[in-house]
Each structure stands twice: as structure tokens, then as C-alpha cells.
Design a protein around this ligand. Structure first.
Ligand code: GDP
Length: 442
């Protein structure tokens, strides 16, 4: 998630590279990129503007400490400001009253029912006695869905299948039922009816439920995939309900980050939970700091870029790019590349600095020895063979295999891999694409 935003920020940070002091002029481009990225990620324009103003104020005039460069300093400032924008610290839900009544509101399809189940499980695991109330009197399927979830997590669901007219009475009956059970339930979660869009009748109904039961906590559930609409919906619900907190759902999807960033500042209410999957366990308490990490999601990209810059000789890179484009990339070049990469450090550490890759690699066993066999095979080739792998007939392959302590199958594998790499690189380098840019600019 949020790749778009982090990519953009990352690019703007690179612009700042190598400058000793952050000034109006050298930060201007980065701020513009940050603002553009935020707006593209569906952040409200005004929020993006005030955010970048804040970052600018904090950043300008800062001497850049020797150990870090301006881009790293901006990352830190942007990170802290993002966290502050989303509320600073995590705000827990209010469970003090007995029973604690939690009213769950939101549009239909936002993930309200799923969230109600998740919250029930979350609180049950904390040792609370939870009753779910199915308050959607218009859609029998919604009640069935809640019942299925309730069964799955071992939480009782109160519903009135025949009540199709009075949601307020239903909820009141549910609470009365909970209280009649002598301390079994100290927590009540009310799932309410939603509509596909803001609708006066729905608003009136949920406002009436709130008025009648005075919940300890009113939560507003919103689908993070709906972007700027999420912010508008939040605003309208807040005007009617004055809710206490926001739940952001479907963060596991291909969602843009804007909702998380702007909702808080537009409605001035804390985000309290994030839902990230259809499984009942996929619920997290919202932590602004963690969310900021995630939005930036750039691992340690800055130091990766620097390492690459230290190691790659620009002149060499340009030569290589030309060779690639002309399809003159040889086994010797391949070997040189491997040695360059090894100079940059441990392959796993390097890879883990690439956004999104770090986590995936956590449990993968990988180190520079993955190159050993490849190096050994290439080193067993004669200079002529390295220039022109086509020379490698059966006899030569057997010699190379023996020399490198491998077998002919391994040599064939490498040749095939080399061939594919060369084809791919030729395509990319010829088109002036990302790999070529990397080889040229990094
Ligand atoms: P409601 O109409 O607001 O009660 O929404 P539902 O709880 O029925 O959710 C609507 C759809 O979104 C269902 O298919 C859910 O399985 C799905 N859903 C809910 N929360 C999440 C989530 O966090 N991630 C994903 N991927 N899907 C979700």
C-alpha cells in the first residue's frame, strides 16, 4: 500500500541529496513533490498544503548534521509530521462504563459488520464479555452475516428477525437483554444499518439510536479504498453523530494513503482501529507512528541510494549502459556486476532496504554465497568464452563444469539465465527504462 506516495517522496528526497543546509530554495522542489504526492494519494488539498507548510517551517535553516544528509533529515521531519497529523499517539476506546456500549456506524459495504465481529473477538480476547447486536432491520442478510461471524468467534448475537420498523427499540431491547444476564456481558457492540450513500433516513435512525442509548463509544467505519469520498463521508457522519473515533478498513487492499492522513485533520477525531483483511484476526489498534512508517514505507532507501552511489563508478555505468543497448553485454560484464554488488555489502541487507522487500525477506535464507557458483563458473571460462558464450560446446562446457566444481547442468542453467538477462536488459536499456536509469544514475 501507499507505494505511490512513498515513491514520490523518495524521489523528492533524492533531489535534496548532497546539500549542506536546508534552505527555501533547495527544499522547494521536495515540498512540491510531497504536496503533489499527497494530493495524488487523495489527501485533501488544504491538508496537503498545511502539511507541507509545517514541514517547511520545521526544516528550513536546519544545519544538516554531518552524519546524515538533508534528505534523511527531511524524511525524519516528514515522518514526525505525518504521525502528528494522524493524531500523535494512539487513542484507546472508552470501555469504562458497565456495560460499555459501542455503536458502530458507516456506509453499507464499508466493512461495518466485519469490523463489529473483529472488535468483538479483540475484546473477548482481552477477557471481556461481549454481546453483538444486529441492528440492521432492513437487510436480513446483514443479520445472518453477523450471526455467522458471531458463531465463528464464539460471541452471542442479539437480533429480532421480525422487527422491521424500529431499530431504536431493537437496540434498547438488546441492551436490556445484556443487562438481564447478570454480569455475563460488560461490553455491547451495536452493528447498525448502512446505506450505499449518505441518506437522511439512515442518518436520522443512527442519530436516534445514539440519542436513546448514549453509547460510551461511537465509531465510524470507513473504507480506505474510497479515497477522498472517505473524507467527505466522515465529515457528514461527524456532523450528525459527533463520533468518537474512526475505523479505517481494507488497508490490505491496493489502497492509497490519503484517507488515513486527511480524515483526522478534517474531522479532528482520532483513528482508532485499522482493519486489514477479511479474517476475524485482521484488526490492529491504530498507531500514528506506525502508520507514518508505513506511509513512508521506504525502509532504508536513502542509505541504499547512497551505498549505490558510492560504489557505482559513473563512467563505468555509462559504458555498461551502451553495451547493454548494443547487446554487447558479456559474461565478463556479468561477473563484474556481481563483484560490484558484493562490494556494496550483504545482498540480503541491500535487498531489505528496498521498500516492500524487507518484510518479505525476513525469513529467507540468502547471502552472498548465492553468487559463488556463478562466479566460479564464469572464472573457469577463457576470455574468449566470456566474450562469446556461444563458443561453449559440449566439450568446453564439460571443462568449465570440472574447473568450477559444478556440473554441465549448472553451466547450462547459467548460460540460459545469462541469455534471458541479456535479452531483458537489452530491452530495458534500449528503451531508456528503469534499469538503465539505475545503472546510469545510481
Ligand atoms: P458492511 O456493509 O459495512 O457491514 O460491510 P461488510 O462488513 O459486510 O463488508 C463488506 C465487504 O468487505 C465484505 O465482503 C467483507 O468481507 C469485506 N471486508 C470488510 N473488511 C475488510 C478488510 O479489512 N479487508 C478486506 N480485504 N475486505 C474487507
Amino acid at each position: 500500500m501507499f507505494e505511490n506516495l512513498s515513491d514520490r517522496l523518495e524521489r523528492s528526497f533524492k533531489i535534496l541529496k548532497g546539500q549542506g543546509r536546508i534552505t527555501e530554495i533547495n527544499i522547494a522542489e521536495s515540498l512540491k513533490e510531497i504536496r503533489r504526492a499527497l494530493i495524488e494519494a487523495d489527501v485533501n488539498y488544504k491538508v496537503a498544503k498545511s502539511f507541507t507548510d509545517e514541514v517547511k517551517q520545521k526544516a528550513i535553516g536546519q544545519e544538516v548534521i554531518k552524519a546524515v544528509n538533508p534528505s534523511q533529515m527531511i524524511v525524519k521531519i516528514v515522518h514526525d509530521e505525518l504521525a502528528a497529523l494522524m493524531g500523535g499517539t494512539a487513542t484507546p476506546i472508552n470501555l469504562k462504563e458497565n456495560p460499555a456500549v459501542i455503536l458502530v456506524s458507516g456506509l453499507q459495504g464499508s466493512g461495518k459488520t466485519t469490523f463489529s465481529g473483529k472488535l468483538a473477538l479483540h475484546l473477548k480476547k482481552k477477557g471481556r464479555g461481549v454481546l453483538l447486536i444486529g441492528g440492521d432491520i432492513y437487510r436480513p442478510a446483514a443479520i445472518d452475516q453477523l450471526k455467522v461471524l458471531g458463531e465463528q468467534i464464539g460471541v452471542e448475537v442479539y437480533s429480532e428477525p421480525d422487527n422491521k420498523t424500529d431499530a431504536v427499540a431493537l437496540v434498547q431491547n438488546g441492551i436490556r437483554y445484556a443487562k438481564s444476564k447478570g454480569g455475563t456481558f460488560n461490553t455491547i457492540i451495536i452493528d447498525t444499518a448502512g446505506r450505499l450513500a449518505i441518506d437522511e433516513q439512515m442518518m436520522r435512525e443512527i442519530a436516534a439510536i445514539k440519542e436513546a442509548v448514549r453509547p460510551s463509544e461511537t465509531l465510524f467505519v470507513v473504507d480506505s479504498m474510497t479515497g477522498q469520498d472517505a473524507v467527505n463521508t466522515a465529515r457528514e457522519f461527524n456532523e450528525r453523530l459527533d463520533f468518537d473515533g474512526v475505523v479505517l478498513t481494507k488497508l490490505d487492499g491496493d489502497t492509497r494513503g490519503g484517507a488515513a492522513i486527511s480524515i483526522h485533520s478534517v474531522v479532528d477525531k482520532p483513528l482508532k482501529f485499522v482493519s486489514m483483511g477479511e479474517k476475524m484476526e485482521a484488526l490492529d489498534v491504530f498507531h500514528p507512528e506506525r502508520m507514518a512508517d508505513r506511509i513512508l514505507g521506504m525502509g532504508d532507501i536513502v542509505s541504499l541510494v547512497e551505498k549505490a552511489q558510492e560504489q557505482f563508478d559513473e563512467e563505468e555505468a555509462r559504458k555498461l549502459q551502451k553495451k547493454l543497448a548494443r547487446d554487447q553485454f558479456t559474461m565478463q560484464d556479468f561477473l563484474n556486476q556481481i563483484q560490484q554488488i558484493k562490494k556494496m555489502g550483504n545482498i540480503k541487507d541491500l535487498a531489505s532496504m528496498i521498500p516492500g522487500v524487507g518484510k518479505a525477506l525476513k525469513d529467507v535464507d540468502m547471502d552472498n554465497s548465492v553468487f559463488k557458483q556463478t562466479e566460479a563458473i564464469i572464472q573457469s571460462m577463457t576470455p574468449a568464452e566470456r566474450e562469446n558464450p556461444g563458443l561453449l560446446n559440449g566439450v568446453r562446457k564439460a571443462r568449465v563444469a570440472k574447473g568450477s566444481g559444478t556440473d554441465v547442468a549448472a553451466v547450462n542453467r547459467l548460460l540460459k539465465q545469462f541469455d534471458q538477462t541479456r535479452k531483458m536488459m537489452k530491452m530495458v536499456a534500449g528503451g531508456g527504462g528503469a534499469m538503465a536509469r539505475m545503472a546510469g544514475a545510481a
